[in-house]
Write a new protein. Sequence first.
Length: 235
Amino acid sequence: MKSLRAGISFFSTIRAGGEFEDLTRNLYIMPAIGAILGAIVGMAGYPLSLYGLGFLIVVVYLGVEGINHVDGLSDFFDAYFAPESRKLKALKDLNTGTGGTVAVALYIILLTLFFTRIDPARVVPALVLSQSLAKQGMLHLMLSSRPLWEGMVSEFVRHARRRDYASYAVTLSIALLIGMEFLQQTALSLAAYLLTLLAMKVYADRRFGGINGDVVGATNCLIFLAVIGVWACSP
């Protein structure tokens, strides 16, 4: 319970108590934390979806999760569009460039369109699964890639253990429960997760030589976007 509270406090704007060490000793619970946050956003977003207020659902999502991951998305795309010789420097740069600004704008626009389009009956399961998979993707990178430098991610990597791959049991359990009612959307969500995670891992390892907080935060955002897109666009 302490680790869940610590995880909610760390990955959202909700102050639930717990210590950072409680989380790092039990990283396998990250998908469960994502599911809890998704349920909170989903329950708040459901009445908004009845009126097609997609942008307000995005506001709720950002209000609950905060903007740290979106900031990572911005920094990642600044580095993505930088010349090969300046990619790492761009990743360290605290200033936001054109690439990052455009990426964040597109992210907000696409999420707004998806939440406006999504069937209200799907809002809660879509958010629970997308947040669970987003946190699973973050953890997978921290378990399988090396940190570029000292920072928050290196602290997570230092505490990560093979047993934390048990997180996939949590994620698949959540997916199976949701898949009992929404089989097609769940299967496509898992495919979107795998493709997005693979693309991010291959790119980060080849272009940067590892990961940092920006790469992990961007992965969270892109998996979340991809899965929400699946739920919004599937019949």
